[in-house]
Design a protein around this ligand. Structure first.
Ligand SMILES: Cc1cc2nc3c(=O)[nH]c(=O)nc-3n(C[C@H](O)[C@H](O)[C@H](O)COP(=O)(O)OP(=O)(O)OC[C@H]3O[C@@H](n4cnc5c(N)ncnc54)[C@H](O)[C@@H]3O)c2cc1C
Length: 421
């Protein structure tokens, strides 16, 4: 509990940075592990944690090409919610949302979960009808959803002037009160520390270049730091999935696209909700205010495949324009910084969590722009899949073969409000 106490903070301040304990030990890779997880993002770390904590596997290593937190887990806009249309996604993301509530306690790390309400704003009657449809589907699945008219939107989101003249006026919205935000890098650090304390080796600056096969079966990985033997290999490299799979000779129905986000200079508290504002014919902005005071916002993909992790300024300009149309009072704020992350996009907007080819090779990817919120559910389910060799009911629909059989989970095609973030 020391991590939360004021006395603990004061003691650390007096002792100074040289006395600070690293959250996890720096490790060199050992020759062999039971399980190697490729990718030290949220999903990889959560998987390793659950393998050790709930499935009794202690000889586990997480191999990270760069640094913990350098990927999308530290680049996202921190929104968590379970307001999906399709039952398979609803149950999965609801499982995640329940886990977010208790994750800080479980990891003994303050992940700053803030269920401040996520409000999708409808800018046409058609969008409002789609909101009603999605809200009804959620309620049938036992998930909270409220359809708000324009006046109710104004009461819920005080920062928003619903009557203001704007190109796309607000008609109402769909609210999920239990949705909100979670501090993204705290999630990475919390999982990394908890996993390391259970004996997981977290190895940074170690890129996986290929897999080792003996008699056609997985026997380990080739890395930038040598060969590491492993009985099972789990891949959780988000935007790097298609590239790594290509190296392994596996063709995946994925495209890597950039998604950008930005943050303004900090201001006093002005926005205590998450707002998502989408235009009838494409274009959108989603925004929340961080605890530091900056308005954190994002929008659409850059629109062409890229792995640069550096987006185009024109997209930032468009998204900032949408933001100031939504909240004209932020027009004078300066943009503090903007960044991009690589997203592995599936054609149906739903992820892939599967065992590949009956081998001891497991894949967790295709998170599109929405994988952060999935992290705790995905970590547990992927660990279970790796430990037991078969998928639980919760993730069965996310199998790779759906693209061949045509059983798509077409969440992104489900009306004018594709599920995002
Ligand atoms: C700008 C932006 C905003 C977003 N906003 C939201 C949001 O609000 N809500 C939400 O739910 N989702 C959001 N997302 C999506 C979400 O961030 C991702 O879907 C999710 O973080 C991906 O999982 P991860 O955390 O494991 O990925 P990452 O953190 O990217 O982890 C993958 C890791 O694998 C490593 N790696 C890659 N290749 C190799 C290799 N060959 N060997 C070893 N390591 C390798 C990478 O370096 C990386 O650290 C957003 C994404 C972006 C870019």
């Amino acid at each position: 509990m020391g991590a939360y106490s004021a006395f603990g903070l004061l003691r650390e301040a007096i002792r100074g940075p040289r006395a600070w304990q690293p959250l996890w030990e720096r490790r060199a890779p050992e020759a062999a592990y039971d399980v190697v997880i490729v990718g030290g993002g949220g999903h990889g770390l959560a998987t390793a944690y659950h393998l050790a904590r709930h499935f009794g596997l202690r000889r586990v290593a997480v191999l990270e090409r760069t640094l913990i937190g350098y990927g999308n887990v530290g680049r996202n806009t921190t929104i968590v919610r379970s307001n999906y249309l399709l039952p398979e996604n609803q149950h999965f993301y609801e499982d995640a949302l329940r886990r977010w509530r208790s994750l800080g306690r479980e990891l003994n790390y303050n992940i700053m979960f803030s269920p401040r309400g996520v409000l999708d704003l409808a800018t046409s009657d058609d969008q409002l009808a789609a909101c009603a449809r999605r809200g009804n589907a959620m309620r049938l699945a036992g998930i909270d959803a409220e359809l708000l008219d324009r006046a109710a939107v104004g009461r819920f989101a005080r920062a928003l002037d619903c009557g203001a003249v704007r190109q796309f006026p607000i008609h109402g919205g769909l609210l999920q009160r239990r949705g909100g935000t979670v501090r993204h890098d705290a999630v990475a650090w919390g999982y990394a520390r908890a996993a390391a304390r259970l004996g997981v080796h977290i190895i940074e600056q170690c890129e996986v270049l290929g897999v080792v096969r003996v008699a056609g079966r997985i026997a380990g990985v080739e890395t930038s730091r040598g060969t590491i033997a492993a009985e099972r290999v789990g891949i959780a490299v988000a935007g790097g999935t298609a590239e790594l799979a290509r190296r392994l000779g596996i063709a995946l129905p994925l495209e890597t696209h950039l998604l950008q986000a930005g943050v303004t200079e900090p201001v006093k508290p002005m926005l205590d909700r998450v707002l998502i504002y989408m235009f009838p014919h494409g274009g959108e902005v989603y925004v929340s205010q961080s605890d530091r005071g900056g308005l954190v916002f994002g929008g659409m993909l850059d629109g062409y495949p890229s792995m640069t992790q550096r987006g185009e300024i024109t997209r930032v300009r468009d998204v900032a324009a949408a933001l100031t149309s939504l909240l004209p009072q932020v027009k004078q704020l300066r943009l503090l910084r903007h960044w991009a992350g690589m997203n592995d996009m599936t054609m149906d907007g739903s992820p892939i969590i599967d065992r590949i080819g009956g081998d001891e090779l497991y894949l967790n990817g295709g998170w599109c722009y929405g994988g952060f919120k999935a992290t705790p559910a995905s970590g547990y389910a992927f660990a279970e899949l790796i430990a037991r060799g078969r998928a639980s009911e919760l993730i069965r629909a996310f199998r790779l073969s759906r693209f061949a059989s045509g059983h798509l989970l077409d969440e992104s095609g489900a009306g004018p409000f594709p599920s995002r973030q």
